[in-house]
Ligand binder design. Sequence first.
Ligand code: HEC
Length: 204
Amino acid sequence: MSHDDKNKENELELDHEYDGIKELDNPLPRWWLISFYGAIIFGICYFFYYVVGGAPTLRDEYNKEQEVHHAVRAEYLAKLGAFDVEHFEKIYTNESVIQYGESLYVANCMSCHADGGKGDIGPNLTDRFWLFSFGNPETVYPFILSGNPNGGMPSWSDKIEKEDIYAILAYVLNQQGKTYENAKQEEGNEFPPWKPGMRTEDYF
Ligand code: HEC
């Protein structure tokens, strides 16, 4: 150690000494100080922006994106078929409508969705799990009209009269919650059971 260094060391020396080991008061490196003070300034800004200012959290941002997504989806489903939900609510518990719907179901749908809608080639229609809708009449109806021909579900819009599709839908939705032996496993997302008065917006 040179003479100069020794002098410097004396200047830096604090009054701390243990067993001959002396503590020096070296200045902290510049990079360390910059990041240290930077972190404090960042922390203060962060605190005021998010905690005091109430800026949107990640969850808020996620919810906002979800809302946009749901709105786009609802608009798309609504466009597929103008469905008169109030009319449907008036007729869907009528026994003769349900029976008529059942006969149409047996003729057109049972080959793929099996007895009572328990599911076979096509999904189970008696559970609360839906792949293409929310399980409420406003969103199941347009799906029956359009189908998903690539996935094996025919489009019915030009094969069955609209009023007859209301009857089939009445039958299908009255099958909700029924249990069958060898029913097909659940597929898709679970939705709360539909009740009259519930609208598509209520699922968001
Ligand atoms: C040729 C077979 C076939 C026939 C006939 C058929 N479906 Fe389907 N259906 C399917 C298949 C396969 C799917 C699933 C499509 C997919 O996964 O892309 C499906 C899906 C559905 C869904 C959506 C289920 C969900 O989980 O979202 C409904 C509702 C439905 N069908 C109703 C009907 C009705 C009502 C009829 C009669 C008018 C009918 N299907 C006739 C094969 C059929």
